[in-house]
Write a protein that binds this ligand. Structure first.
Ligand code: ATP
Ligand code: PAF
Ligand code: BAL
Length: 658
């Protein structure tokens, strides 16, 4: 059989662009992918992924007892062919199934033997060889799905025969790709669904030997995409790909995650391994049921099931793995009352950290790479929270990222020192840059992506600081940009509005998070989002302060120890005005400013720039604090550093930010 090459397509991976082509055979000009063992949990996901990826492909699922999947077939116009029978212990049936295939995926695996015919060896070793031979004879590519832990030396028959199966496959079909997933999760999975069911029945969740074994669960759609890529490219031929999710969890933490995402409260209790063996000894003799556990399974539970780092991984295939926290609640949650189950808010479980090795956020530098991810999240129906920053991060930024983490499925933080918001005489050149520390802080929060564009990416027409020489498109929010901070930095909000518009267009976030410390910025961004119909919710986080009241700010790093001691004066002054307002002794602009100014004036080393009492919505300066309340704000200069701050009068943060 001769291969015919289809046109080359450009695919993107983390390591760059690579070429992919689908192979097809002379007798079968349309690509046909046969998935053996495909009518279970994973097969339909592979079918969907292949059909979406390749508009001319057909897919056929083959199994011992064929079953059709109307949801897949109906959405792909008949390109999912009717399932057929193939039994790996009957080589003739496998040959029939592989006839005319351009690619074969072997998903066959068993957790329990059914003697005499379906032993581990017959299914996972000899069966793998039979499929490899049939694929080879049909001139088809082969993707052999094995398992992390496959090991010819293992004393556990499941793992040993998986290892032998891999060897047999590569003997017979040296170009085959071997895919080894860790624990696979998804709506129909056997693991999380089963443990959630058990947890609902049992008064506690047992874990063996402390539950310290490590797992790296991978989302079934990510596995399916990896397999689709193995079919599409030659770079995995003859290679092993280890497929794990973004986080490594100890078994006990995985159980806690399952409980939280299912909304079940149960204690997790450690029992000795020997209890597992005794349980296995009795249960493996009974027909399979919810409680079934074998001694081999207990042995497997004692070995870490994580990506080793010595083979290719999802990253090499350009697949960004989905965290279990983003998905589990969708299918484990039950809303029926009377089940002892409380439905968690989606993504709420992010606030606690389950994983033992923290995953570094993915660093994305280009709009194109980000867009590909955004497209993937869109398909998975995931919400995206976006925190724009200029880096040199502190607890103010962290608090915004944590709020995003609690309320959104995916969290993206940008770090970009935006030239357009600096005047030529300002501190663009010396703005603090602390990238390594920033990445560590965002890793701790569990941020998914850090967007780090360069200036060219954000300003294709280039950018100079002098407004009169600028080229390209700029956004200006009239009426709110030239008072308060804008009176000292007239260029500033034009630069902010422009870059935030660009970011919101790129990120397409569900929500974007800004700090109240920059209150006028919040008002400008809200107005801009309203006027330009940008479909993003703007969320404002409260100002995070040092113990002495100073608002955290990246520029606080500029302060010498002496200046640092002076810097809280602005907050002290604004707070004194706020107290007087609350006590009813100051209501007018003049009274409030007099109180604050008196405190700043006596502080040696602090130079007042402005104080403002403005309407919280229009930002118009007010003579009296009206029924809508006011923003009492100001700036002082301490040495060369500007300190800005604000407090609200007669309006709560909650009301103002709504
Ligand atoms: N103390 C804080 N509490 C809450 N949010 C904050 C705080 N400081 C900054 N932010 C918010 O973080 C986001 C990014 O701000 P930015 O990176 O400019 O940090 P910054 O500390 O304000 O820097 P700078 O010192 O240059 O003003 C903005 O939405 C800002 O309002
Ligand atoms: C919103 C922002 C990131 C735009 O550059 C900046 O003004 C900031 O950090 O507040
Ligand atoms: N936090 C506001 C950013 C700036 O002052 O440039």
């Amino acid at each position: 059989m001769r291969y015919i090459k289809t046109p080359v397509r450009l695919c993107r991976s983390q390591s760059g662009l690579w070429l992919a082509r689908f192979y097809t055979t002379e007798s079968n000009p349309t690509k046909k992918v046969v998935v053996i063992g495909g009518t279970g949990f994973i097969g339909p996901y592979i079918a969907r992924s292949v059909l979406q990826d390749s508009p001319s492909a057909t897919v056929q699922l083959a199994c011992r007892s064929p079953r059709d999947h109307p949801q897949v077939s109906s959405s792909h116009g008949g390109r999912l062919l009717p399932s057929i029978a193939a039994d790996v212990t009957d080589s003739q049936s496998v040959r029939e199934a592989c006839r005319g295939a351009s690619a074969v995926v072997n998903l066959v695996g068993i957790m329990h033997e059914r003697r005499p015919r379906y032993t581990f060896d017959a299914v996972q070793n000899e069966g793998a060889r039979v499929i490899a031979q049939a694929a080879k004879d049909s001139g088809a590519k082969l993707v052999h799905v094995s398992a992390i832990g496959a090991d010819v030396e293992s004393e556990v028959p499941y793992a040993r025969t998986k290892g032998l199966g891999e060897q047999a496959v590569l003997d017979v079909h040296p170009d085959a790709s071997v895919v080894r997933p860790s624990l696979v999760f998804g709506k129909e999975d056997d693991f999380f669904n089963r443990f959630a069911k058990l947890a609902r029945i049992l008064p506690f969740v047992p874990v063996f030997g402390g539950g310290h074994t490590k797992f790296q669960p991978v989302y079934v759609e990510d596995l399916a995409r990896a397999i689709t890529q193995c079919i599409a490219t030659d770079k995995v031929n003859g290679k092993i790909v280890e497929v794990g999710g973004p986080h490594v969890y100890e078994y006990r933490d995985l159980m806690q995650l399952m409980l939280d995402q299912a909304g079940i409260r149960r204690p997790i209790i450690s029992v000795p391994w020997i209890v597992g063996y005794i349980q296995g000894f009795f249960l493996e003799r009974l027909p399979e049921n919810l409680f079934t556990l074998t001694r081999d399974q207990v042995k497997l539970l004692q070995r870490d099931n994580v990506v080793s780092g010595s083979h290719m991984t999802l990253a090499d295939l350009g697949v960004s793995p989905t965290p279990a926290e983003d998905v589990l609640h969708r299918y484990l949650r039950r809303t029926r009352s009377g089940t002892g189950v409380r439905p968690p808010t989606p993504a709420s479980t992010h606030s606690r950290s389950y994983f033992t090795s923290t995953r570094k956020p993915r660093i994305v530098e280009t709009i194109a790479e980000y867009r590909a991810l955004r497209h993937q999240w869109q398909r998975q129906d995931l919400s995206v929270g976006f925190v724009p920053t200029m880096g040199a991060l502190h607890d103010g930024h962290v608090s915004l990222a944590r709020t995003a983490r609690k309320t959104c499925d995916i969290v993206v933080v940008s770090i970009f020192v935006n030239p357009a918001q600096f005047a030529p005489h300002e501190d663009l050149g010396k703005y603090p840059r602390t990238m390594e520390q920033d990445v560590a802080m965002l890793t701790e929060v569990g941020v998914d992506v850090i967007f780090l564009p360069n200036v060219k990416e954000m300003y294709p027409a280039g950018i100079v600081l002098d407004v009169k020489d600028q080229q390209g498109t700029f956004v200006e929010v009239k009426g709110k940009s030239h008072q308060m901070e804008g009176s000292i930095r007239p260029h500033f909000f034009r630069g902010v509005a422009t870059v935030v518009t660009k970011f919101l267009n790129i990120m397409q976030p569900t929500k974007a998070f800004f700090g109240q410390k920059d209150a006028q910025q919040c008002a400008v961004v809200r107005t801009m989002v309203r006027d330009l119909f940008i479909p993003t919710e703007i969320v404002v986080g409260e100002t995070v302060r040092e113990p002495d009241g100073l608002a955290m700010s990246s520029r606080n790093r500029y302060l010498s120890p002496e200046e640092r001691a002076i810097a809280p004066v602005l907050y002290k002054a604004l707070s004194a005005g706020q107290r007087a307002f609350n006590e009813g002794t100051a209501k007018s602009r003049d009274e409030l400013i007099q109180i604050a100014k008196a405190i700043i004036d006596v502080q040696h080393g602090a130079e007042l720039e402005y104080l403002s009492v403005a309407n919280p919505f229009s930002l118009a300066e007010e003579e009296q604090v009206g029924s809508e309340g006011a923003i009492f704000s100001g700036a002082v200069r301490v040495g060369k550093t500007r300190i800005i701050d604000n407090v609200l009068l007669g309006i709560s943060t909650e009301t103002w930010v709504k």
